[in-house]
Design a protein around this ligand. Structure first.
Ligand SMILES: NC(=O)c1ccc[n+]([C@@H]2O[C@H](COP(=O)([O-])OP(=O)(O)OC[C@H]3O[C@@H](n4cnc5c(N)ncnc54)[C@H](OP(=O)(O)O)[C@@H]3O)[C@@H](O)[C@H]2O)c1
Length: 384
């Protein structure tokens, strides 16, 4: 039976890859909702391509133009206000908005979809306890899209939770693997955006370069697989061939190998527990290739340790880490702070902010907003 899909963040890198999988599915999936942030031109292209049942956009200034476009080009597509669109029932919701802006949409997706294919890691970092609670109450399953967690999800099909010794997240190391702190001080935005193995949105690409992406993924793994942080390890694997591994208590380590293309984990998350035939995603086994694994340099790339520290500390610290990081990455991309200013600014915010433990989504959002405002003020100080 055809499954209906809501794509939250359709105009982004994960959203566009999801549409490719849907297009190639031979009718196994239909697009119920396309939901964008601000990129109306991209949304228009996507509407003309797949004529979804519903469409929505976060930026309310773009709504009149979108409505006119629908009337002329896709009269069968209904416009929905953003808040209404988040509450639309479907079989699978793909949560692919970037940043904490994805938290509320993810919570609504858990309430209204049978499955959430989760790419938005920041929602688990900021609201992991709330998301777990929503899943327990609704029975909605989360299938991770993030390639590392998707790999672990696949490896775990070979064993029981109590048989797990540790999870091993692999990291490409980003474009600056092996550089010293002094060398990092002068790296440019273009150099940081030049990821060696993956093509992704700008925020996650910078997070990969600082190793914050791996830090956020450690917290994501903690909430997805419910293991203590001491059992979640990181290895730098520059080839990005092994997407992650699970070590079992008998000493066996299982790894998932595949091409470095997010369509592969997205396809898995949509079809799970099945596996469709797909010749396009064959891993090139011809010839020889090598697999290297290194310990991360946690002194030079401090973001990883900051994430472990905040993960252990609790919800408030995770929200500060995540919110300050988002502002710091935006400031770096805008040329307002240096690359090494990113961890310094986050650490400064962690030391400075005295925050209560949030218990509800509203409290998480309020704290996140407060952290962002204060971090923006620090950016303007010019010290980072
Ligand atoms: N890209 C990857 O390969 C990859 C891999 C693993 C995990 N992830 C995770 O997946 C998520 C998405 O990453 P991405 O690389 O696809 O990001 P991206 O290319 O920057 O796309 C982000 C999407 O979020 C939308 N958006 C931003 N702010 C919004 C708001 N306030 N309300 C509604 N929509 C909003 C954007 O809309 P507009 O463009 O229309 O403004 C866009 O559709 C991130 O959490 C990232 O960490 C990505």
């Amino acid at each position: 039976m055809q499954k209906s899909i809501n794509i939250l963040g359709s105009t982004g890198s994960i959203g566009a890859s999801t549409l490719k999988i849907v297009r190639g599915s031979g009718g196994a999936f239909s697009v119920n909702l396309l939901l964008a942030g601000r990129n109306l031109e991209k949304l228009k292209e996507q509407i003309q391509e797949c004529h979804p049942h519903f469409v929505s956009i976060y930026d309310s200034d773009k709504v009149p133009d979108l409505r006119r476009f629908l009337k002329k080009n896709s009269p069968g597509t209904e416009f929905l206000p953003f808040d209404t669109a988040l509450k639309l029932d479907c079989d699978i919701a793909v949560s692919a908005i970037v940043g904490t802006a994805g938290l509320l949409p993810t919570i609504h997706a858990i309430r209204h979809a049978k499955r959430v294919a989760l790419a938005n890691k920041e929602s688990l970092v900021a609201g992991g306890d709330l998301i777990r609670q929503e899943c327990a109450e609704t029975g909605t399953e989360i299938i991770p899209v993030d390639s590392e967690h998707n790999a672990i999800h696949q490896c775990l099909r070979a064993g029981k939770p109590k048989e797990i010794e540790s999870l091993i997240l692999t990291a490409s190391g980003g474009p600056f693997f092996g550089l010293t702190h002094e060398q990092l001080q002068s790296v440019t935005v273009n150099e940081a955006l030049n990821h060696p193995t993956w093509s992704m949105g700008s925020k996650v690409t910078i997070d990969s370069a600082t190793l914050m992406n791996k830090g956020l993924e450690v917290i994501e793994a903690h909430f997805l697989f419910q293991l203590p942080y001491s059992k979640i390890r990181v290895k730098v694997h520059p080839q990005s061939v092994v997407h992650s591994m699970v070590e079992f208590r008998d000493g066996s380590i299982l790894a998932q190998i595949g091409i470095a293309d997010m369509q592969l984990p997205i396809q898995y998350a949509l079809y799970y527990p099945g596996r469709p035939e797909n010749q396009a995603f064959r891993f090139p086994l011809e010839g020889s290739f090598s697999l290297d694994f290194h310990d991360p340099d946690r002194v030079t790339f401090r973001c990883l340790d900051l994430a472990y520290r905040c993960g252990e500390a609790g919800a408030a610290e995770r929200i500060v880490l995540n919110g300050a990081n988002e502002v710091a990455v935006r400031a770096f991309l805008a040329g307002e702070i240096s690359f090494t200013g990113i961890p310094s600014l986050i650490e400064h915010m962690l030391n400075r902010i005295d925050v209560p433990h949030p218990h509800t989504v509203e409290e998480v959002v309020e704290l996140d907003n407060r952290v962002r405002k204060q971090t923006e003020t620090e950016v303007r100080s010019g010290l980072f």
